[in-house]
Design a protein around this ligand. Sequence first.
Ligand SMILES: Cc1cc2nc3c(=O)[nH]c(=O)nc-3n(C[C@H](O)[C@H](O)[C@H](O)COP(=O)(O)OP(=O)(O)OC[C@H]3O[C@@H](n4cnc5c(N)ncnc54)[C@H](O)[C@@H]3O)c2cc1C
Length: 259
Amino acid sequence: MHDFALHRPRSLSEATAQFTSGGEAAYLAGGHTLIPAMKSRLRMPDALVDLSGLGLAGIARDADRLWIGAMTRHADVAAGAAAIPALACLAAGIGDAQVRNRGTLGGSVANNDPAADYPAAVLALDAVIETDRATHAADDFFQGMFATALADGEIITRIGFAIPQAAAYAKFRHPASRYAIVGVFVARFAGESTDAWRVAVTGAGPGVFRWTDAEAALAAGRDGPAMPADDLNSDIHAGADYRAHLCGVMLKQAVANLA
Ligand SMILES: Cc1cc2nc3c(=O)[nH]c(=O)nc-3n(C[C@H](O)[C@H](O)[C@H](O)COP(=O)(O)OP(=O)(O)OC[C@H]3O[C@@H](n4cnc5c(N)ncnc54)[C@H](O)[C@@H]3O)c2cc1C
């Protein structure tokens, strides 16, 4: 591994100052994406800024939203997100026990892996992503494979998930890593209009996206539409046609689980 400095800041301002103190820096959360990338030299930061001393872990609820701190580990979301059972279930299905006991919500959302689970929940639950300097709406946050609206050095502090009337997540998982080959998150909010439904798909394309045709079909009480395969991923795990088929199957499963 490339040599690097390790900083352990005690405040957000100290963290951002250390991030810009010279050379390439990276924030360290659970390390379950960053450390493997460093071991394989895909990333070679000169400094790691550890976010664990900033008090960014914890779960709280207000009238409309469930707020989860960026450093909250997947296992703690699985145990503590009772206000949104679908979110707790999603967290319980990430990776294995080691990953769930180290990996964090903020790390997953900042990383925006196209097969990660949380981005589907963030988008379908119309979440807001709070940082040390801004509040981002979920619809504007994810910008394609591993790309987000975060500026260089910006730190996610907490994420506020709108509490739905009902929600469910269905994932066809990779049997080894348990990343989503396709995952579909369905959320129903109060009201009768199309806005009452939000459906987000992960794993299928180059980044998480809303499936607006499915939202319109659910609002009208129709069966889910077919997913076009045109822009979907083809790789050693699954072809685009198969992923398109899985989108329909996962949508049906999620809708069945809403009840
Ligand atoms: C074997 C294995 C299986 C996995 N299976 C799954 C799975 O089934 N589903 C799934 O969704 N994920 C899976 N993951 C990924 C896992 O969820 C990681 O925890 C997650 O991708 C990154 O979170 P982290 O806390 O480990 O972040 P880190 O690895 O520490 O950081 C990841 C990136 O985010 C940045 N970052 C971290 N926190 C912040 C913050 N608060 N603000 C701004 N930037 C930040 C870091 O600088 C880095 O660039 C798996 C990982 C492994 C190793």
